[in-house]
Ligand binder design. Structure first.
Ligand SMILES: Cc1cc2nc3c(=O)[nH]c(=O)nc-3n(C[C@H](O)[C@H](O)[C@H](O)COP(=O)(O)O)c2cc1C
Length: 393
């Protein structure tokens, strides 16, 4: 997610500092290059050694560092970064930032900062809710700082309330949009994802191996690029990213209804869900008994083809993209499907991608055909988003 991205972690002196070590690890695992600046108070909670060991980089903490300042280090630090993350953002740092106070390395460097900044405040509830902190936060928001509001929960001080540092993955999710071009800010994307489940009796289902990961990644990337995103999610579809409006559904019929509702006149409809082609004619409310039979015939009836239905709607989305999962002749089958379903483009991929962390395939639209490189599902989704953006509206 953060391949080749340079993230400057500016660490304030709150009890949640120890959780920033986990954030640093997570960001590094996702490809980021991390440097850290710590306030003197932060160093009283966790030693800089922890962050030096995790990042393999010197931790910066002194404004009057002769080696660093020979090159105007406090300015170079923010010039190096693609994004600055202040976490935990203490009440003190929030106040200093609001009023332009520059009395240590972290606050001085922030005066020279012109890259996006995310603040993750964490503190005791009364401190968070205090008039001064709330006023400062409003002012920082107005000045263009991104603020990740703290969670509710048990706080280190033993109290319960608002002020908990969000989970490291939630902080990472909030960093992503600050690193992405906001090219989709006028668009509404509707994405369906995951498998569907068709009940047969009280406990048995007809389903498939789809994980929903690709659709959830597409939703995350489109939202990070500024789109309003609706995700219609089959069972077990994971949650990635921020600000995604999500409807959980089980059966193909439920998915159809929600897709129809959300997809009407949207800008982009992407059908990644592995929707069951069939459902049971008779559904038992009780658990069916095994009995003495050695063979059993069940009756199935076909479900509506959701993507073809959406592509044929009167208030059709501007762009409709289907997926074709095949085990052979991928391109030939995909081309037939694109025409049959009346969609603008189709992504052909192999059944082996289902439930895997990696995926590759082919992109086909009415003007072009290209290979989508085998990569992580996040990067695969990124390639698809760029292809969708290239379809003429
Ligand atoms: C045990 C302890 C825990 C603290 N936890 C927090 C905290 O979670 N959030 C906060 O804003 N301040 C907290 N403080 C207060 C800050 O450490 C204090 O305001 C300090 O001046 C912050 O310095 P800095 O903003 O330069 O890092 C805590 C203080 C102590 C002694």
């Amino acid at each position: 997610m953060f391949q080749h991205k340079k993230i400057l972690l500016a660490i304030g002196g709150g009890i949640a500092v120890y959780r920033i070590a986990e954030l640093a690890r997570l960001l590094i695992k996702q490809g980021a290059h991390i440097r850290c600046v710590m306030t003197e108070s932060a160093c009283a909670f966790v030693t800089p050694l922890t962050f030096e060991a995790l990042t393999g980089e010197k931790v910066h903490r002194h404004l009057f560092d002769l080696t660093l300042e020979r090159e105007m280090g406090h300015i170079q630090l923010v010039r190096w970064a693609d994004v600055v993350v202040i976490a935990p953002a203490t009440a003190n740092l929030i106040a200093k930032l609001t009023h332009g106070i520059a009395d240590d390395l972290l606050s001085t460097m922030m005066q020279a900062c012109d890259v996006p900044v995310l603040l993750a405040p964490a503190m005791n509830t009364s401190m968070w809710e205090s008039a001064a902190t709330q006023r400062n936060i409003q002012q920082l928001k107005t000045s263009g700082f991104a603020i990740l509001a703290p969670n509710d929960g048990f706080l280190a001080c033993g109290e319960h309330g608002s002020g908990r540092l969000p989970e490291p993955q939630n902080i990472a999710d909030a960093i992503l949009p600050l690193l992405m071009p906001q090219n989709l800010s006028d668009e509404h994307w509707v994405i369906n994802a995951g498998p569907t489940e068709e009940p047969w009796d009280a406990v048995r289902l007809l389903t498939n191996r789809a994980s929903g990961t690709l659709g959830a990644r597409l939703a995350q990337i489109a939202a990070a690029m500024g789109a309003r995103v609706s995700l219609i999610a089959g069972p077990r579809t994971p949650e990635f990213g921020h600000g995604i409006q999500r409807d959980n559904v089980q059966t193909a019929e439920e998915m159809l209804l929600v897709c129809e509702h959300r997809g009407r006149a949207c800008d982009v409809f992407v059908a990644t869900a592995a929707v069951s082609d069939f459902r049971f004619v008779d559904i038992s409310q009780e658990k069916m008994k095994r009995g003495d039979t050695t063979q059993l015939a069940v009756s199935l009836t076909s479900n509506i083809d959701i993507v073809a239905h959406i592509a044929a709607m009167q208030e059709r989305p501007k762009k409709v993209v289907a997926f074709a999962v095949e085990s052979s002749n991928h391109l030939a089958f995909a081309k037939d499907k694109m025409l049959q379903k009346g969609v603008d483009a189709i992504v052909a991929n192999d059944v082996q991608n289902m439930g895997n962390n990696h995926a590759g395939g082919w992109w086909l639209d009415h003007h072009s055909q290209s290979t989508l490189e085998n990569s992580s599902k996040y990067e695969f989704a990124q390639q698809i988003v760029h292809k969708i953006m290239e379809i003429p509206s």
